[in-house]
Design a protein around this ligand. Sequence first.
Ligand code: XUL
Ligand code: CO
Length: 441
Amino acid sequence: MSNSFFGNIESIKYEGPESRNPMAFRHYDPNAEVFGKTMEDHLRFAVCYWHSFGWPGNDPFGGQTFERPWFADQMHGDTMEAAKLKADIAFQMFSILNVPFYCFHDFDVRPEGKTFSENTRNLEEITEYFLKKQDETGRKLLWGTANLFTHRRYMSGAATNPDPEVFAFAAATVKTCMDSTHKLGGQNYVLWGGREGYETLLNTDLSREDKQMGRFLNLVVDYKHKIGFGGSILIEPKPQEPTKHQYDYDVASVYGFLKRHGLENEVKVNIEQGHAILAGHSFEHEIALANSLGIFGSIDMNRNDYQSGWDTDQFPNNAQEVALSYFHILSNGGFQSGGTNFDAKLRRQSLDPEDLLLAHIGAMDICARALRAAASMIEDGELAGFIEARYSGWNDPISRSILSGDMGLSEIYENVKNQDINPKPKSGKQEYLENVVNRFV
Ligand code: XUL
Ligand code: CO
């Protein structure tokens, strides 16, 4: 194993806001108490395997820029030996950063086999290896997932493929990934339907594909109960890219889908910042909506470039946006099984191993600052108090009977006429509330 990948850096420590050491945290102090819990327990950070250890630095116009000792071109191909070296360095990085969790797709961690059985054997072997690494380092699995989008067999979708053999292959693959996640003590299992959508309606039957996807998710939920997996099943919404239109467009569409298939009490959402932006929403909108529908699960923390229009998966660096996101997460009681997974990648010019550390240090610091700001906003109470007061008119008996159904349209009409009701508009106070937020960020 290569101990020298990160040079002689052994661990990143909290040094406080005044520190100028680039290899130290200025805000993330895992043991600091915020709002009755340690920062570590609030934020539940996870490193994602695919961007940090799998991605070669390519973009639509250029190929590999990164050189990594575990890449196929440096080893003798995509081998188990390479997968184990990758795991050694990945777990080393989790420890250096003191990140408690990680997340992976099967495709990120094992060599790609020629057959289903070869894939399964490879996944089982690497799962055993991960178990040992988890024991040695004390790191834990936030979630596992199956990559049902890279291989050419999935070009027309996995669950929504017109070919039932692809559906079956994908379902069997998910079973193996759930087994691996369960064995590793994973706290969630994620499904992101990268190709569950369409390129053109000219070749697509929407109602069939919805039924197929509903059946697929029911199979997953049944299997979760069968094996006694105690974690949450999470769907990750995204509106498009790679397909023109993805069915799990946003939190609202996912909720409609879950209701249609009787799964709204079984499945929650993993919300990604960049996906929210692609859907034309803000991150906090998606989180707040998931809270109000009772399906909030976990987050993929990153940021999209606001000009490029792609899913650029950058590390977060906007304190205010991140603070408002954690404000909604904390207002809802904080993470249960979920956490903060950095689904973020370096820029392709960031070649040095230390760039991986610097990216995570900055991201963890931004989240820590944002967490403190969010906790202060809640402790202060002014924002919540304003909303409470804004709707307080609904507490009177007549307004209550409108909502409860006791008053119908004719009774409402009689009341407005008899009382000569004449509403007086009140200010929404947006600028004032934005100023309140700025007191804390
Ligand atoms: C793709 C994406 C995925 C999911 C897991 O945009 O976010 O990496 O997080 O499949
Ligand atoms: Co994601």
